[in-house]
Design a binder for this molecule. Sequence first.
Ligand code: TRP
Length: 347
Amino acid sequence: MSETRKTVLTGDRPTGPLHLGHYTGSLASRVELQHEHHTYLLIADLQALTDNAERPEIVSHAVWEILLDNLSVGLDPECVTFVLQSGVPELAELTQLYLNLVTLARLQRNPTVKEEMREKGFGANVPAGFLCYPVSQAADITGFEANLVPVGEDQVPVVEQTREIIRRFNSLYGETLVMPEAMTPDIGARLPGTDGRAKMSASLGNAINLSDPPEVVREKVMGMYTDPTRTRATDPGHVEGNPVFAYLDAFDSDRGRVEEMKARYRAGRIGDVAVKRHLAEVLGSFLAPIRERRLSYEARPEEVRGILAEGTARGRRVVADVLRKALAAVGLPAVSDGRRLSTLEVW
Ligand code: TRP
């Protein structure tokens, strides 16, 4: 392994299918990074359960979907280790160690958690597990000794909290945990919803999923929000804040053509329907190879299950090693479960 090769950890909460916003926000960079660095993809089912305890079937079903989504965009199981969080109980043990290194006040101040709590309307009735998910994420990140954590803008405070936990751990118990860095996508990569709201999200009902069939994609595109000030095709249109153009910026590789369309739109020389038809075509050809790969994996379910099982076993060995180091650093007499440590080895 060369010096510049880093360990990358990305994670998804399995709560539903991945959409175009996930693609621009994170999947695209995963696909790129996989060849340069050692990459783990964590399917964080325990984290997804922190706000879905009453609906665990949502999570278990989505594990499969997320796995297929990631494979279908081109993550190569030869390069990427796919890990199921619940298959690595050592992560829960690390979480427990870290819970003592954060305060309730700090958890409540985490901007990401605050925003999500507001969206979900939790108030004081937030499940404790949800409030503490950044701590379990710190276990994920440190458990794989990740150097780089590609995340969307909204997850940066969670990585910051991980860094704080690491600083505290290392200063109390000695240099043990590896310090990661968040890696965010290029500015402008955040994709608005089809309704023009700032964020594409399943819960807002404004998402185009990677697994949507072509006719559904077309229908969603033709129903997109555009420029509300424009009533006829001959009115000058607004390109800024218009999600149709945001999508063209993200997915149409023919830059010249996009710029020309923008100019015509601004001048009132092209209608919404024509621009949408073009976008439907662009998205259609972007999604076609993704759909094809997905179909081919769907036809081999045993192999797909094997990718996750084998990756989880491999990931578990890595995390078990870190847990052993962490327990030793704290000075706890780790009790052997016969797998990872001989009894009282640290004494
Ligand atoms: N919280 C992340 C999200 O909602 C998912 C996640 C879980 C994650 N564990 C992780 C991301 C570790 C990066 C690293 O998208």
